[in-house]
Design a protein around this ligand. Structure first.
Ligand SMILES: [Zn+2]
Ligand SMILES: [Zn+2]
Length: 110
């Protein structure tokens, strides 16, 4: 994943903060990887190389994931332009982008 990306939360469209996320992978193994969290209090959206999802300590709820991919990289919301979301690939060396309408964004409170 690129280190200089600034993904927007897919619910709030606010700039997410870089964090390290760790999770237990069974036994005493703990994995930490770079990810981004929404700064909104109570928002548990997370973006990492697997796309957007809701952070949880346990198994990821597949319904919470919001993935637009290009080849083997996940795309993040780079900016909002009028009624469109501009997505950008998070993979190093890939500059592909995509446009979706705002309706693609999961509404908060759902
Ligand atoms: Zn959020
Ligand atoms: Zn790509």
């Amino acid at each position: 994943m690129k280190s200089d990306i600034k993904p927007l939360c897919d619910k709030h469209l606010l700039k997410m903060e870089a964090v390290g996320v760790s999770a237990k992978m069974g036994g005493s193994d703990v994995w930490t990887w770079p990810a981004f969290r929404c700064p909104t209090a109570g928002c548990d959206r997370l973006f990492d190389s697997g796309g957007y999802r809701t952070f949880s300590e346990g198994p990821v709820d597949p319904d919470s994931s919001n993935f637009i991919g290009c080849e083997d990289g996940a795309m993040f919301i780079e900016r909002v332009e009028e009624d469109n979301l501009i997505w950008r690939c998070s993979k190093v060396g890939c500059q592909r982008s995509r446009t979706t309408d705002l309706a693609f964004c999961p509404r908060s409170g759902v």
